[in-house]
Write a protein that binds this ligand. Sequence first.
Ligand SMILES: Cc1cc2nc3c(=O)[nH]c(=O)nc-3n(C[C@H](O)[C@H](O)[C@H](O)COP(=O)(O)OP(=O)(O)OC[C@H]3O[C@@H](n4cnc5c(N)ncnc54)[C@H](O)[C@@H]3O)c2cc1C
Length: 377
Amino acid sequence: MRVLVAGAGLGGLCLAQGLLKAGVDVRVLEREDGPDSRAQGFRIALNGHGLAALHACLPERLHALLAAVSGPLAGERRVVDQGLRELRRLGGVDAGTATDRHVLRGLLLAGLDGHVAYGSAVTGYTERADGTVEARLGDGGSAVGDLLVGADGVGSAVRRQLLPGARVVSVPGNAVLGRSPLTERSAALVPGYGMVVQGARASMLLGRMEFRRPPRLAAAELAPGVRLPDPGNYLRWVVMPAEPLPDGPRPWETVRAELLARLDGWHPDLLDLVRNADAVNSTPLTVRYAEPVPHWAGSRRVTLLGDAIHAMPPSGGQGANTALRDAALLARTITAVRQGTAELPAAVGQYEQTMLEYGFAAVAESLERLPDVTPAR
Ligand SMILES: Cc1cc2nc3c(=O)[nH]c(=O)nc-3n(C[C@H](O)[C@H](O)[C@H](O)COP(=O)(O)OP(=O)(O)OC[C@H]3O[C@@H](n4cnc5c(N)ncnc54)[C@H](O)[C@@H]3O)c2cc1C
């Protein structure tokens, strides 16, 4: 049995790890040219579902490394105004652990050499008469398997063909995602889990990413051969201006100047975060989410996971956790098929039913938790 996975993101790679662990033949088709071809290092808060999925799918030798390259995610969240005066506290949380998306992706790639084909954008698929499915690639090539899993993120080409009526909606306005080095001064801003600034003309969310061990060193010691990036400790921030920034690609310096203009009068420590942001990992962000879809009839040779089916705003901290949960559930499902205790079409159908239920519940919850960007008065 051969499984094709479109997309080497968090969900697709976690699935590939789970399948390899069970001895299932898997090939991941990724449109990017390599694992580091796009800056994508932002903090990911991992909760119980995400962590359980990672532990289920990753080989045991990587579990200690995962813990070492994670960081604390506990304590209170303060809500302050633009002058850093405390407005209220959101109470204590002990919500799991934090890690960086780029680091986690590096960890998930461990041992997958030869199973991931970069520069392989999936553009569509054909279900063949012999029960197999052929994925078409942007370079004119193709790949054939018994199951195609669309793990190709919010703009999924697989979803567009499988569910042409499924709608992805953009939240009005836009945001800017930034990453600034964690210094003594910036660390003092966020003593606990995170901080919310409710200012005039904008809101800002801050989260602290403090690795227990520098990822590259930890890998060298705990899992030699695993190549991890070393981003250094940082503060992740997201600013949501009440008056949206212009659309379209612009150099970071332009975006930063536009943002600073909207934050006129804010506390100098907050402005310094924006000034000192890492230009490679800071970018404007459009928040998108998927509208619920009913369980579809028809193909069980093609399925979906993660943002490809239930994209959600990052406000709930659930997108990656849910993608990882899908991956672990689908890996278990496919393993049962391989072991002969389940049949492929029915088992995938059951996976989809369960996944759609908790996936769209997470979308609804994340939408409810979208921060209010109404300017403070
Ligand atoms: C600022 C921010 C903060 C976040 N914080 C959190 C958090 O704290 N906790 C949390 O749980 N979630 C968080 N999320 C959400 C999380 O990052 C996503 O939900 C998660 O990455 C989805 O995983 P995925 O595997 O489904 O898709 P992705 O990780 O997006 O991966 C999709 C992959 O498919 C590839 N691809 C795309 N199209 C094709 C194609 N046609 N063919 C082949 N490959 C293709 C892409 O290049 C990519 O590698 C956050 C998101 C943002 C933006």
